[in-house]
Design a protein around this ligand. Structure first.
Ligand code: BG6
Length: 486
């Protein structure tokens, strides 16, 4: 009789739906390859690409052109299999099932199965339906499969965006719950796997000196910039259907806000941490003002491949939010995210109330005093800006920076986010994955914005490529007497 093997240290099969897509190509397979090179994968592992294209296994390997002559890649690619199939048709799934059973036979055990849905969200329901109808969702041919035991070794991994709005997210969650137990479901947001995002919790809660100042009495405002130099590349079809709001704002930006604004969890355990994230996301509202949201589109977006020529999809958003928690209520959070921006940069700055003027008004206080900046990427690290006396006989003041840099202090920026995501999936650790209440709350906010946009005729502002979004994004913060720090 075949024996079940514990995940983590044992063989696994990962079937990737959407294997020829951007995510698998640029993030997942490279992360798996990197884990392989670092000897973080077991001896026996099988990655099965599942996609529409009629590829042979070899053609699938060749798809990763830039690796072609790499020796380690050649070894790694012997673990890469391929199954062509349309997401709608059971046929491909049945073939996949045969491949999985063949692997179980070869290993002589019921091998852990991961089904990774790396497709646009429109396909999730269809794939789930077919996993059920072909019984793939029930786990391997283990004799105890009917008792549900083998089932627990099957994991389902769902990429963001988790749905398109509150209703589709709820439906998707309902569907997942009908098929799998919560411990089998991994809702990915790779920003949770970023070292710098995890480190915000260590910074805030492992050091006693910051929490006492983390409140509305001392924080003036928070600003978050998420900027990418590149446009939408080959992802026109996907992106035009979702926009920046659903692509990064509903997920990555919400998690950045959660990391900076959450209350200290009761304990550093999966449920308490997820609970603290869910609470703070549920407390986010946008400002009750005439124009709390700026929506932009970069010049030339409508001529991108697979984009509708009269597209109204936003590639930029800036907004002013509030967090309705006793500690932070009334503190504005200015958040902007955009493609084709001036540079690649993800940063969170906590700007403290300026007190310099109380004593040093006549000595030229800098406009902004203390700022704590979390550099999520690039140059991962943390800066603390404070005011210092410049050397000399007369008193004059100037801002200076105290810097922590991952590379300088640790010699490395750590694991790539998807490597961490994958390792946690293998280990069955769900702490850095979304719970459905976190997603519900963020979708509630986002669906509110989408509904508002539906009522507006054409609120989209065009901005030049390489700018920091449209001018209205500056007005959003400047009308409050503040300005973007980058
Ligand atoms: C993805 C978005 O989730 O994150 C992309 O779909 C974006 O549009 C990417 O480019 C950014 O990830 P990272 O890790 O490079 O910041």
């Amino acid at each position: 009789m075949a024996t079940s093997i514990l995940p983590g240290t044992s063989p696994f099969i990962m079937a990737i739906f959407g294997a020829t897509g951007d995510l698998a190509q640029n993030k997942l397979i490279p992360a798996l390859f990197s884990l392989y090179k670092n000897k973080s994968l077991p001896e026996d592992f099988f990655i099965i690409g599942f996609s529409r294209r009629e590829f042979t296994k070899e053609a699938f390997h060749d798809y990763f052109q830039e690796q072609k002559n790499n020796k380690a890649w050649k070894e790694f690619s012997s673990h890469l299999l391929y199954q062509s199939g349309s997401f709608e048709d059971e046929k491909g799934y049945k073939e996949l099932d045969k491949k999985l059973l063949q692997i179980d036979k070869q290993i002589g055990a019921c091998v852990t199965r991961f089904f990774y849905l790396a497709t646009p969200p429109d396909h999730y329901q269809t794939i789930l339906n077919n996993l059920v109808s072909t019984k793939l969702s029930e786990g391997c041919g283990h004799p105890s499969a009917s008792s549900g035991q083998a089932n627990s070794w099957t994991r389902i991994i769902i990429e963001k965006p988790f749905g398109k709005d509150l209703e589709t997210a709820r439906n998707l969650d309902k569907k997942l719950a009908e098929i799998f137990e919560e411990k089998q479901i991994f809702r990915v947001d790779h920003y949770l796997g970023k070292e710098t995002v995890q480190n915000m919790l260590a910074f805030r809660f492992a050091n006693g000196i910051f929490e006492p100042v983390w409140n509305k009495n001392l924080i003036d405002h928070v600003q978050i910039t998420w900027a990418e130099e590149s446009g939408i590349g080959k992802r026109g079809k996907f992106f035009d259907g979702v926009g920046i709001l659903r692509d990064v704002f509903q997920n990555h930006l919400m998690q950045l806000i959660a990391a900076v604004a959450m209350e200290q969890p009761k304990s550093f355990t999966k449920e308490d941490l997820r609970g603290a994230r869910a609470n703070v996301i549920g407390a986010i509202t946008y400002a009750n003002e005439e124009k709390p949201i700026v929506k932009g589109q970069y010049k030339g977006y409508r001529s991108e491949k697979d984009v509708s020529p009269d597209s109204k999809t936003e590639t930029f958003i800036a907004t002013k939010l509030f967090i309705n928690t006793p500690k932070l209520e009334g503190v504005p959070f200015y958040v902007r995210a955009g493609k084709k921006m001036k540079k690649n940069l993800v940063e969170i700055s906590v700007v403290f109330i300026q007190t310099c003027h109380i004593l040093f008004k006549e000595y030229g206080c800098p406009e902004i005093g203390n700022v704590l900046t979390f550099r999520i990427q690039p140059n991962e690290g943390i800066d603390l800006r404070f005011i210092a006396k410049t050397p000399g006989s007369k008193l004059s003041l100037q801002p200076v920076n105290m810097k922590f840099g991952y590379k300088d202090d640790f010699g490395t920026s750590g694991l790539e986010a998807y490597e961490k995501v994958l390792l946690d999936i293998f280990a069955g650790d769900q702490m850095l994955f979304n719970r459905s209440d976190e997603l519900e709350s963020s979708w509630e906010l986002i669906t509110g914005i989408l509904d508002k946009w539906k009522q507006e005729k054409d609120g989209i502002q065009v901005y030049s490529q390489g700018a920091w979004g449209p001018g209205e994004a500056n007005e959003l913060i400047e009308k409050d007497g503040r300005k973007w720090l980058v």
